[in-house]
Design a protein around this ligand. Structure first.
Ligand code: UD1
Length: 427
């Protein structure tokens, strides 16, 4: 297993370019299953989850052409879907494999997808995806750890009025894709409004889908007979951008983050500004961040978009440990997403957890030690802590971070961080 070794205390200076959004690239790639024609996707981040998605599509019979792995341009042609199955071996490494369920049901009317199960940050069920598909006429059973779904009598899914009980990002995406080829109109209420959902709508529209309401909680999809090939460039990764903004801020550096989408980062920028961090929007794709000599604590609650993203909570917690006073961090999306807190405490932070609330008292002087990454974003929070710790921080199990951050070591080194990857054996 690889590790990161970080020697803290270096302020970050310079410019860093943001890659494409992992959470946009995943549904966009899955959407290629909706057509027999060629789909070209650009700005795919070179991270493990996208390699897993390409393996999954290939397993189902799609031709996935890339120069070499990892790649940022993919051409996918699913002229045939020979095996409508997402096997456990792939799903266990990436929950987002569930994103193939909607397209498979729409395209071939049958799917066998391994149940994703829980993960470190909570139970993460997919009941809302399944209930919506059932409303569209699918028959679904679960047995032997697999979701077995089919449209009866070899028919097509039919449009339905679906009100999501809870806002779900991949649930909204799955049903959007299913509805694009269903018979009649589907209305989705209480849908996710994340920029990644809007990006998927843009792509589906280019394929010939009829969708209204993107960016709002109500999506209206008129099913069409056929979807066509297209070319799409994935939006910038707002979580990677937010992580680098936090890295510039926490090290009291002066960092320019390019290829990003400042309009998708509103809540993150506003919250960090509340602690004293300074931002300048240089242009529509470039942000400059500068730290403050003295950061002040500020409360934060995670919310669905346009609120503060749960995927930035660990990074914000790292920043809050360096701020004077108390910051109360409330996690409303996932029930068990404070695993990074106990590792930060081992490094010297003062954090107490009470259910979904973490009370951070700062500023803390971190001292480097060995810590464990427990999930993708927790790892990012620990990297930030390592950047300001005295001495050496060793982060174990960084395969989590490799799932979603393209070249994080190289990018951080290019702006002055002392971080290196140490290759280990085993997995
Ligand atoms: C997506 C993102 C993930 C992000 C999360 C919340 C991708 C690939 N992943 O995950 O990075 O942290 O949104 O912004 O885009 N829920 C149910 N039943 C369901 C579905 C969800 O109860 O059928 C619950 C979940 O347990 C969670 C909440 O709804 O508490 C939100 O989850 P959801 O938006 O579905 O997260 P993902 O789409 O899995």
């Amino acid at each position: 297993m690889d590790k990161f070794v970080i020697k803290g205390g270096k302020a970050l200076h310079g410019s860093v370019a943001i890659s494409g959004a992992k959470n946009s690239a995943l549904p966009v790639m899955a959407a290629a299953l909706l057509t027999t024609e060629e789909v070209s996707v650009h700005n795919i981040p070179k991270v493990r989850d996208l390699i897993t998605m390409s393996k999954l599509l290939a397993f189902m019979g799609a031709k996935v052409s890339i120069a070499e792995l990892p790649a940022s341009d993919y051409v996918i042609e699913a002229s045939m879907v020979s095996d409508a199955v997402a096997p456990y071996e792939l799903v266990k490494t990436m929950r987002a494999s569930i994103l193939t369920l909607g397209p498979l049901m729409a395209r071939v009317g049958v799917a066998r997808v391994s149940l994703p199960g829980g993960c470190a940050i909570g139970a993460r069920p997919v009941d809302l995806h399944l209930a919506a598909l059932e409303k569209m006429g699918a028959e679904i059973t679960t047995s032997h750890g697999y979701i077995e779904a089919k449209v009866p009598n070899g028919g097509k899914l039919k449009g339905a009025h679906i009100v999501f009980e809870k806002i779900t990002v991949t649930g909204t995406e799955n049903i959007l894709m299913a509805a694009a080829l269903a018979k009649g109109e589907t209305i989705l209420e209480n849908s996710a409004r994340e920029p990644e959902v809007t990006d998927l709508v843009a792509m589906l529209r280019k394929m010939g889908a009829q969708i209204e309401g993107d960016g709002t909680a109500t999506l209206r999809i008129r099913g069409v007979e056929k979807l066509y090939g297209t070319e799409h460039t994935v939006i910038p990764d707002r979580i990677e951008a937010g992580t680098f903004l936090a890295a510039g801020a926490i090290t009291d550096g002066d960092l320019t983050v390019t290829n990003c989408a400042p309009e998708d980062l509103g809540a993150v920028i506003a919250k960090m500004q509340g602690t004293g961090v300074r931002f300048d929007e240089i242009d529509k794709t470039t942000l400059r961040v500068r730290g403050a000599k003295r950061l002040v604590g500020s409360d934060m609650t995670t919310e669905e978009y346009p609120g503060f993203a749960t995927d930035m909570q660990a990074q914000y917690m790292a920043l809050a440990t360096q701020a004077e006073g108390t910051s109360v961090i409330t996690e409303t999306i996932f029930e068990n997403r404070f695993l990074h807190a106990s590792e930060m405490v081992r490094m010297g932070a003062n954090i107490s957890i009470d259910g979904r609330r973490a009370v951070v008292r700062g500023p803390a002087q971190f001292s480097g030690t060995t810590v464990q990454a427990s999930d993708l974003r927790a790892s990012a929070g620990l990297v930030l802590a390592g950047l300001v710790a005295n001495g050496e921080t060793i982060i174990d199990r960084v395969y989590h971070i490799d799932r979603g951050y393209e070249g994080i070591v190289e990018k951080l080194r290019s702006v002055g961080a002392d971080i290196e990857r140490v290759h280990g054996s085993g997995s």
